[in-house]
Write a protein that binds this ligand. Structure first.
Ligand code: FAD
Length: 482
């Protein structure tokens, strides 16, 4: 059942409300909330705007950007150049069409998968934009302006975010764009200024640098990705500089001027950077402005975010909020889990709360992933640790795939030999991290990794090599004090 016409609620047995659970937004948070509630045999509906099934995640964020990255890696042949020489390319003159063909294909398939999952689980899809009429009633307005009202016992807000656009910048969606605009570009620019070295900014900076675009990254702070391991970030910066990326840290953009032949980014320090395209990656704004939150007794902060408790309940207990609209960490991965947990709580199912051990994946080129603490965090908290390192160039698999720069680092407690943190840089980092997560989550030690037999030749073997390195260092300390 889809669209406003589909909302004929004749099948209810003496319903007080039309639905048990109504979800606003079909991104990872909303989608998993709706399916979880449906699996618990609740009457569930999800409200979503036309052409946005799957949310920002599928349509403009995670999935298109990661598919674009895959297309860039494949077409540029970047990862094969160690093997076949620096001039190796699968295709010269890569066009936007070459890149978007793959993106459109994957997005189409993913939307289909989600529609199918919702249908299979009998989740009613109400197409339109939802807003509160009162704490239990939502009006859904379709693109023709038709409005219908639906009521629900529990409501889960999962409306996500949109790119924040500083008022001082004249975005034109061609020369001066935000991260949504990347997907609408009509050509691969020869030069680009990326304003903001957050995760999204730096992921796109590395993709365009790999395509041969001359990229300048401007960041107000002195460091980028300061929540990551310093050594890993240094390695990333080295690689990006090698791809002709220029970093301007500690610099603020004063103005961006549009000219017939491109844009001029003027920094407060007086520097002027010409480029064909300027991409602003200046944070995101919660999609709450059209929700009429006061009608439900709710309010958002100045960045459009809604405050929730540990069970994702807002200040109105039957209304929940999950995903990017509640702020940090604003990842698809966590949004999904928040959605499931909120739905369980709303349906009186026991919930254990969000697992605190959460991986971070950054799809730069090369990619980064970590879990647990960084060296800086441990040092600041006066927690002693030993480091075990494995370098891909010393692994047979590293040589076979031509990744000679990758590395895996284990931070180990000298007291009980448990893992305090795992940091991976290079091919497969975002997959490899889950081995460390499993060991940490199960309270394992480096001794498990030393004793385990890994497939050979694999990158996973790096865990054993790094664990042996840490054990040897711990042994050296023990010998001296014996
Ligand atoms: C470029 C980019 C790359 C990213 N890469 C990654 C990554 O690699 N890994 C990762 O984990 N995360 C990544 N993210 C973050 C990830 O996309 C988000 O964390 C995730 O999409 C948030 O999910 P959500 O459930 O909050 O909803 P969203 O995906 O934000 O979707 C919200 C939905 O709500 C709908 N909506 C809004 N208002 C209304 C309304 N009034 N009525 C009905 N529907 C409404 C919108 O149309 C939208 O479809 C990336 C984000 C971006 C922008």
């Amino acid at each position: 059942m889809e669209g406003l016409s589909g909302a004929v609620f004749a099948t209810h047995t003496s319903p007080v409300t039309d639905f048990d659970v109504l979800v606003l937004g079909s991104g990872p948070g909303g989608q998993k909330a709706a399916i979880a509630a449906a699996k618990l045999e609740r009457r569930v509906a999800i409200v979503e705007r036309r052409d946005m099934i799957g949310g920002v995640c599928i349509n403009t964020g995670t999935i298109p950007s990661k598919t674009l990255r895959e297309a860039v890696l494949y077409l540029t042949g970047l990862t094969q150049r160690d093997m076949y020489g620096q001039s190796y390319r699968l295709k010269e003159d890569i066009t936007v069409t070459d890149l978007t063909v793959r993106t459109r294909h994957v997005v189409g398939r993913e939307v289909d998968v989600i529609r199918n999952q919702l249908a299979r689980n009998r989740v009613t899809v109400l197409t339109g934009s939802g807003h509160f009429v009162d704490p239990h009633t939502v009006a859904v307005v379709d693109e023709r302006g038709n409005e219908m009202k639906v009521t629900a016992d529990k409501i889960i807000v999962a409306t996500g975010t949109r790119p924040a656009r500083p008022a001082s910048v004249q975005f034109d969606d061609q020369t001066i764009i935000d991260s949504d605009g990347i997907l609408q570009m009509d050509r691969v620019p020869d030069s680009m200024v990326v304003v903001g070295a957050g995760v999204i900014g730096i992921e796109y900076a590395s993709m365009f640098a790999a395509l041969g675009t001359k990229v300048t990254v401007v960041e107000r702070r002195e460091r980028m990705l300061d929540f990551c391991d310093l050594e890993v970030v240094e390695a990333l910066k080295y690689h990006l500089r090698d791809l002709a990326v220029t970093f301007r840290f500690g610099e603020t953009v004063a103005a961006v001027e549009k000219h017939p032949r491109g844009a001029l980014t003027i920094l407060e320090s007086g520097k002027k950077i010409p480029a064909s395209t300027v991409m602003y990656s200046a944070g995101r704004q919660g999609m709450t402005e059209n929700l009429v939150l006061p009608a439900a007794g709710l309010a958002a902060d100045d960045r459009g975010r809604i405050t929730v408790d540990e069970f994702y309940r807002t200040s109105v207990p039957h209304i929940y909020a999950v995903g990017d609209v509640i702020g940090f960490p604003s990842l698809a991965a966590t949004s999904m889990e928040q959605g499931r947990l909120a739905a369980y709580h709303a349906c009186d199912e026991p919930v254990s709360g969000m697992n605190q051990l959460q991986p971070i994946g950054i799809y730069t080129i090369p990619e980064i992933s970590f879990i647990g603490k960084t060296e800086d965090e441990l040092t600041d908290s006066l927690i002693p640790f030993e480091v075990g390192v494995s370098r891909y160039r010393e692994l047979a698999r590293g040589q076979i795939i031509g990744d000679t720069y990758g590395m895996l680092k284990l931070l180990v407690s000298p007291e009980d030999r448990s893992l305090l943190g795992v940091h991976v840089f290079g091919t497969g980092a975002t997959e490899l991290i889950h081995i460390g997560q499993a060991v940490m989550g199960c309270g394992g030690t480096i001794d498990y990794l030393v004793d385990a037999v890994f497939n050979y030749p694999t990158l996973a073997e790096s865990y054993k090599v790094a664990a042996l390195d840490a054990v040897n260092k711990l042994r050296r300390v023990a010998r001296i004090t014996d």
